[in-house]
Write a protein that binds this ligand. Structure first.
Ligand SMILES: Nc1ncnc2c1ncn2[C@@H]1O[C@H](COP(=O)(O)OP(=O)(O)OP(=O)(O)O)[C@@H](O)[C@H]1O
Ligand SMILES: [Mg+2]
Length: 237
């Protein structure tokens, strides 16, 4: 089994006397699968994502990402790994609104990432063909989120980490973004790890990881949206 992301007894404590945001979490995500991470606010979802993506370092435990042990990797090598193999999509888009769509999508390449796909190709893939010259500041939320996805796709990443990528979108637009993530998994073999509060969004995934107080409360194949909502209510209780 080719494992794209592997956490082994990962704990993260933000302050010396604070509680554990993550408490000995172990999780192995096979390449080409779509995992949704859910749990109530403060349960450790974003912390898990950040540790798994090499944006934050665990207090203890080990993390393997895209075939490499990143636990003690030097910052420069880690930056290169993130740039070349990883895509990020966040709720807040993280776009530069003064720049055009095309300039935003080209950014990873300008920061030294290998650009394996063309700008027009990824814009077409996310349904934004012909909008390359539009300033991002003139786009709707759904269009911005698709620009963020195009920017994540342009390097053909092995793993995409998404933190509430549909949190700011209406259901229809959200479904478009989820369809794109699903296609990246099914067509290109990308691995997706997505944090969400929305059972309908989670229902697009293959596997549902539920966090409670920094631990994995459940980890099973994803059921339909109604059953996801029920399980979520179970861990929130
Ligand atoms: N930078 C930080 N400094 C100190 N404590 C933090 C920091 N970031 C998160 N925490 C704490 O760690 C715990 C987990 O936070 P995390 O952001 O991972 O939760 P979450 O599940 O993503 O929540 P939400 O659904 O609200 O986004 C919380 O108790 C939070 O207060
Ligand atoms: Mg969060």
């Amino acid at each position: 089994m080719n494992v794209a992301v592997e956490l082994n007894e990962v704990s993260r404590r933000y302050t010396r006397r604070g509680t554990l945001a993550l408490n000995s979490v172990s999780l192995a995500v096979p390449a080409g699968t779509f995992v949704a991470v859910m749990g109530r606010t403060g349960s450790g979802k974003s912390t898990l994502l950040q540790c798994a993506a090499g944006l934050d370092r665990p207090t203890s435990g080990t993390v393997r990402l895209a075939g490499q042990n990143i636990t003690r990797m030097r910052e420069r090598a880690l930056t290169r790994l993130r740039r070349e193999r990883i895509g990020f999509v966040f709720q807040s888009y993280n776009l530069l609104s003064e720049l055009t769509v095309g300039q935003n999508v080209r950014l990873p390449g300008q920061l030294g990432a290998p650009r394996t796909r063309g700008v027009d190709d990824v814009l077409e893939a996310v349904g934004l063909a012909g909008l390359g010259r539009r300033p991002v500041g003139e786009l709707s939320g759904g269009q911005r989120q698709r620009v963020a996805l195009a920017r994540a796709l342009i390097t053909s990443p092995a793993v995409i980490f998404a933190d509430e990528p549909t949190g700011a979108l209406d259901p229809t637009t959200g479904a478009q973004v989820l369809r794109l993530l699903r296609d990246a998994v099914d067509r290109d073999g990308v691995t997706v790890v997505m944090v969400t509060h929305d059972p309908v969004a989670a229902a697009w995934s293959d596997r549902l990881v539920l966090l409670r107080d920094g631990t994995v409360a459940a980890d099973d194949p994803t059921p339909d949206a109604a059953a996801v909502a029920q399980r979520l209510a179970g861990v929130a209780a």
